[in-house]
Design a protein around this ligand. Sequence first.
Ligand code: PAF
Length: 292
Amino acid sequence: MKIISTIEQERAYSEEAVFVPTMGSLHSGHLSLVEKAKEFSCPIWMSIFVNILQFNNSEDYTNYPKDLNKDISKAEAAGVDVLFTPDTNYILREESLEHVSSGHKGVILEGESRPGHFDGVLTIVNRLLDLIKPKYMVLGRKDAQQLFLIKKKLEEKYPRTEFISSSIVREDSGLALSSRNKLLSNLAIETSAELFKCLKIFYSSFSSGDSVEDSRAKAKYYIDQYPKIELDYLEIVDAVSFNEPRKDTFGYFILIAAVVDGVRLIDNIYLEKKNNKFYVDLGTNLTGEGNK
Ligand code: PAF
């Protein structure tokens, strides 16, 4: 594996790449993105850059887990060909930084609780795409709103890059893998698995014909039993527009965000309706089996 901190000398090679952007602190969720990237038979590039622009809170940035040495070993073992670990000045040079606005869909849900977060994400992903110009970019479905906004705002600008999404990876308990889980106590890890159960209650109720309101009420009743979980939002949206679902909606995200033990966590379930039947993607667990 080659480790680089500037792109110039690698530029021609990068254009054939399948690219996995990360903020490091790699876990099996990131490694599943690398596995997905292998499907494209191109050199696999991964970036590790903890993007200060997407933290609306400096304490959150300071506490964000960072361990470059471990990340290098994990990336190499996973089969990454080029690891791009730029320094902040190289990436955030004002003269080459185009600030990208996430618009009105960037200030709802996650964006409402984390002002400026999605502008920061889009600004950095735009910079990385402009530098690397990969053939494919692989992103996790856990950050559903991020995925939606990246596609909406950057797909047209980078027509030769195909945006690929990959399913959520979960602990056996159902807890979605996240670098932030490292900040949770053992007890909080157990409690956090309730977020997925809450999503499943929403999904079962909705897919058996209950209204959005009734489905949400049942799921909320469940999660409210856990005083350690401070619920931020529990919503269902049309996956294509991030608006409220309509009669003709075919893909849905059921989204949850909560703070547990001072740590903000998000999760979601993706479902599709075909011929009045629902198909759900609950993600896979660490042993590669589907979740129930
Ligand atoms: O999902 C992440 O880890 C980050 O938001 C990303 C896409 C690497 C941009 O910093």
